[in-house]
Design a protein around this ligand. Structure first.
Ligand code: 1CP
Length: 398
């Protein structure tokens, strides 16, 4: 695949985020301390979020560029986490190409119908995924706005000064084809994603068409965010844990790899800080790929396969310890995770011990990005999250 060099003003090309704790960890390097961010750090655990969202529907909030940008920045300012994650949703690209979807409070994405058979799939695949690029103006604008703010004032440092090479990076994200298909087939959230799993076996041709289509759509969504200034990309295959390894490898992994092909060609130019082997000299110009993370819930049996689709870092849920995950994916793979979100409501000594245990087990990987094993529960006390960030930064210092 031909490489595309990110423009000079991109935070990675401009030397703003390439040496941040997060981006270094995603390429397997440890820094002064362990970086930390939280899945669903923006959202209902924050009173300032609930206030801003009054009277605005979720998908309207995602497409309001000032609002989406502000909501993205709120947890970075408050908790001093090492990354912002773009405030959006995995169904936003579907909405942008005209699929009838809304996000119901307390429930999640709901479609006006399910797409569980060949006719439904044909209706979707009749929409050209390239149409997303014309409709992506609000995404590009919101990312640009957010990144401009992160680059000039660093909300994660006390002084507000951006450290050289270490501005807070923005993570772009997208839903993996299977997780999107799990909602599309069912027409909404479900426990076991039966409709998708049935379609996969009952009509493999229609399934492949659906996966190809979602792969392109979601891949374009991810690419848009990186081109607009995101410094890393995370593919959420939240519900892949519903699959056997054999089904994952056969019916899902190729589509996830295809989705990532939309960012795998994106690279940035930088100079080497330290010689990495005898052939390299400090100061030598090199190109590096944009780091990519892959995460799913209950995917202990799939971790190796999820790494093999071509990602740098594997996100681990709370069901398997990081040292065991390291054995499964290989000792050279950075890991992200994996505090059980339930612990956020436990007494501090219990939570503190659990955070320290995650950090200790994370030492089995070449680099570790502290996170939860899934999203922040809405009822979480946000001051607890700030305290966890402080603890990780203090205890994770080398
Ligand atoms: O009421 C509200 O405020 C809406 C709740 C909400 C929020 C804040 C939804 C509905 N989506 C989001 C934002 C969101 N969605 C982010 C923002 C950035 C951040 O993490 O801070 C991200 C990364 C997502 C991605 C997303 N949406 C995933 C993958 C991550 C995961 O949690 O596994 C999934 C599965 C969705 C679908 C979705 N959207 C919303 C809900 C409640 C759900 C899950 C529904 C279900 O359980 O099936």
């Amino acid at each position: 695949m031909a490489r595309v060099i990110l423009p000079p003003q991109h935070p990675l090309s401009a030397g703003l985020t390439g040496d941040s704790r997060l981006v270094r960890a995603y390429r397997g390097e440890r820094s002064d301390t362990t970086p930390v961010w939280f899945m669903r750090q923006a959202g209902r655990s924050l009173p300032e979020y609930r206030e801003l969202r009054v009277g605005t529907r979720m998908l309207d909030a995602c497409l309001d560029t000032a609002l989406a940008s502000e909501i993205t920045l709120q947890p970075v300012r408050r908790h001093r986490v090492d990354a912002g994650i773009f405030f959006s949703d995995i169904v936003v690209p579907l909405k942008l190409v005209g699929v009838d979807v809304e996000i119901q409070p307390g429930r999640g994405p709901v479609f006006s119908r399910g797409y569980a058979d060949a006719a439904g799939v044909a209706e979707l695949t009749g929409i050209d995924p390239a149409r997303l690029d014309e409709a992506s103006g609000p995404i590009t604008e919101a990312v640009e706005r957010t990144v401009a703010e992160l680059n000039t004032t660093d909300p994660s440092t006390a002084s507000g000064q951006v450290r050289s090479g270490a501005a807070t990076p923005l993570i772009g994200f997208a839903g993996a084809p299977f997780t999107l298909a799990a909602y599309l087939a069912e027409g909404g959230p479900s426990k076991d994603h039966l409709a998708a799993r049935t379609l996969m076996h009952a009509d493999p041709g229609a399934w492949r068409a659906l996966m190809d289509w979602t792969a392109e759509l979601t891949g374009r969504f991810l690419r848009t965010q990186v081109l607009a200034g995101a410094s890393a990309a995370q593919l959420f295959d939240s519900w892949a844990g519903a699959l056997s390894l054999a089904d994952y490898e056969r019916h899902v992994a190729p589509a996830s790899a295809r989705a990532l092909s939309f960012v795998h060609d994106l690279e940035y130019e930088t100079t080497l800080r330290e010689p990495q082997d005898s052939a390299d000299a400090a100061g030598a110009a090199i190109t590096r790929p944009v780091p990519v993370v892959h995460f799913g819930v209950g995917t202990g049996e799939l971790l190796g396969a999820m790494h093999d689709i071509g990602v740098d870092t594997v996100g681990v849920d709370y069901r398997i310890p990081l040292d065991v995950a390291a054995q499964r994916v290989g000792a050279d793979v950075p890991l992200q995770g994996n505090l059980d979100p339930a612990l956020l409501a436990a007494p501090w000594p219990v939570l503190e011990a659990a955070v320290r245990d995650v950090l200790a087990r994370g030492a089995a990987a070449p680099a570790h990005v502290f996170n939860l094993g899934h999203g922040v529960p809405p009822e979480t006390d946000p001051t607890v999250l700030t305290r966890v960030v402080e603890l990780v930064h203090e205890a994770g210092a080398a």
